[in-house]
Design a protein around this ligand. Structure first.
Ligand code: FES
Length: 174
């Protein structure tokens, strides 16, 4: 069984200030250059460092790569992975791949949806929790699996889900 992490403690804040986003962009522009095949690495780097891709930075990205804003926007919206708003403080990803489905991930997902009050790709009403699908976490022999702020947990029953969530993000701390 994987080590139990406390995502609220172990995961650094990924939400950058506006000034920090400018610094991140400048570093990425300098490091990756302006070849158009570097657009995807740039978007990944920006999201990894800033937590999301601020829509108001699309014009600068487009200008850097000599692309239209529509072309950059098209790439961002094509990939579900990219976010255009700050991420929730706690992101739960439930594995939807075959081994986990055969071991009860459907009911685990239903429990997560009821508990968080949102469906897949949604957010809880207070915006603190996000629920996303993921496809295989390398824990097939210990299914069903999920992640909480990128920490992987296996053999997750609904009761264990409740305990993990309480440890990760006590409601009074949200
Ligand atoms: S199918 Fe879920 S961890 Fe592999």
């Amino acid at each position: 069984m994987p080590a139990v992490a406390n995502p609220a403690v172990d995961t650094p804040s990924v939400q950058a200030t506006q000034a920090a986003v400018d610094d991140i962009l400048a570093e990425l522009f300098a490091r990756l250059g302006d070849r158009q095949d570097q657009l995807l690495p740039m978007l990944h780097g920006l999201q990894d460092s800033a937590g999301y891709i601020p829509p108001d930075r699309v014009p600068a990205i487009a200008a850097h790569f000599n692309l239209s804003r529509a072309e950059v926007h098209g790439v961002i919206t094509f990939y579900h992975y990219f976010r255009t708003e700050p991420p929730p403080r706690c992101v739960v990803q439930v594995c939807r791949a075959e081994a986990c489905q055969s071991m009860g991930s459907d009911s685990l997902l239903e429990h997560a949806e009821r508990t968080l009050g949102c469906g897949l790709h949604g957010r809880s009403a207070d915006g603190a929790f996000g629920l996303e699908p993921v496809y295989c976490l390398g824990q097939c022999a210990s299914a069903p699996a999920l992640t909480i702020n990128e920490a992987v947990f296996a053999r997750v029953s609904p009761a264990r889900f409740d305990a993990l969530m309480a440890a990760a993000m006590p409601r009074e701390a949200v």
